[in-house]
Design a protein around this ligand. Structure first.
Ligand code: FES
Length: 298
């Protein structure tokens, strides 16, 4: 019997040997998607902060996604991602029952979870999903967890009940003040410091600019700030060198040395430039494929 390319790929995948099927894919907020797949081998080992590398089809690039939740018994893993280019657009079109040709993981080092005391978790965009399992783990470890989620408006803030269930306090920050009293997470940090809350750690997840900005805000206060970097990746196992970042003057590979690093030591200028390297290649095919779709529906 001849095997399909999918079967060949799965046999060669060292992490998840069986076919990985989509259990659910839904929109959580505009441009923000939840993807849940059946991947029992990955689900059995995953920890907060680990990431997986996913491909929607045979021609997609390998996209790293940090996990947002899992169910070890059901063997499922969930990721939250933002649709930004061709490959994430393809991921956003997956339907229940579709087979994902690549789902490699767990990759990267998990978050360090210790008992520190008052910890602040900041999430924006897809980072809201990522801080959820971290909040849960930190709370279980006995920390006082304050979660801050920020966005332009309240309709962009998803998983509010979930975060409330695993945090001591959830603070909402919206640019238009449609929810919460603060316009962004920087205001929340300054407010907590002013109130004398003894923050021991700040964890930031979301776009590169958010992580850069929060690191700038916490630095003068001397609050250790951990960011989860999201450079371009290919293999995710330390072999290609594409994910290199400069931290504390040394070259590090985000996929194996991270993705979490001290935000006060990251060379943000270099990282922001490298993130833009393939923007054109990502955006142009995306708009072309959407035009073709519209033409097909006409
Ligand atoms: Fe290739 Fe990190 S993605 S070395």
């Amino acid at each position: 019997m001849t095997s399909s390319w999918n079967e060949e790929v799965h046999r060669n995948d060292p992490y998840e040997p069986g076919p990985v099927t989509v259990v659910e894919r839904k929109q959580l907020a505009p441009n923000i998607q939840l993807l849940t797949v059946h991947a029992p081998v990955v689900a059995a080992k995953i920890l907060p902060g680990n990431f997986v590398i996913v491909r929607a089809d045979q021609t997609s690039e390998r996209t790293p996604l940090t996990v947002a939740d899992w169910d070890r018994q059901a063997g499922t893993v969930s990721c939250v991602f933002m649709t930004v280019g061709t490959s994430t657009y393809k991921l956003s079109k997956l339907k229940k029952g579709d087979v994902v040709p690549t789902f490699a993981g767990p990759l990267g080092k998990p978050f360090e979870v210790e008992t520190w005391g008052d910890v602040l978790l900041i999430g924006g965009c897809y980072g809201i999903g990522i801080i959820y399992p971290l909040a849960r783990a930190l709370k279980e470890k006995g920390n006082r967890v304050i979660s801050v989620i920020e966005g332009r408006s309240s309709f962009l803030l998803y998983w509010r009940e979930r975060l409330e269930a695993v945090s001591d306090e959830v603070v909402y920050a919206t640019k238009d003040l449609s929810l919460g009293d603060d316009r962004d997470a920087a205001d929340v940090i300054e407010g907590l410091v002013k109130k004398g809350v003894p923050l021991q750690r700040v964890f930031v997840n979301g776009c590169t600019f958010l992580m850069y900005h929060m690191s700038q805000v916490t630095k003068p206060h001397g609050i250790k700030t951990i960011v989860s970097l999201n450079p371009i990746m290919i293999d995710g196992t330390g072999m290609c060198g594409v994910c290199r970042v400069s931290v504390g003057g040394a070259t590090r590979f985000a996929c194996v040395d991270g993705p979490d690093f001290d935000g006060h030591e990251v060379d943000w200028t270099e990282l922001l430039q490298r993130r833009k390297s393939y923007l054109t290649e990502e955006i142009i095919p995306q708009s072309t494929s959407r035009c073709e779709e519209h033409a097909g529906n006409a």
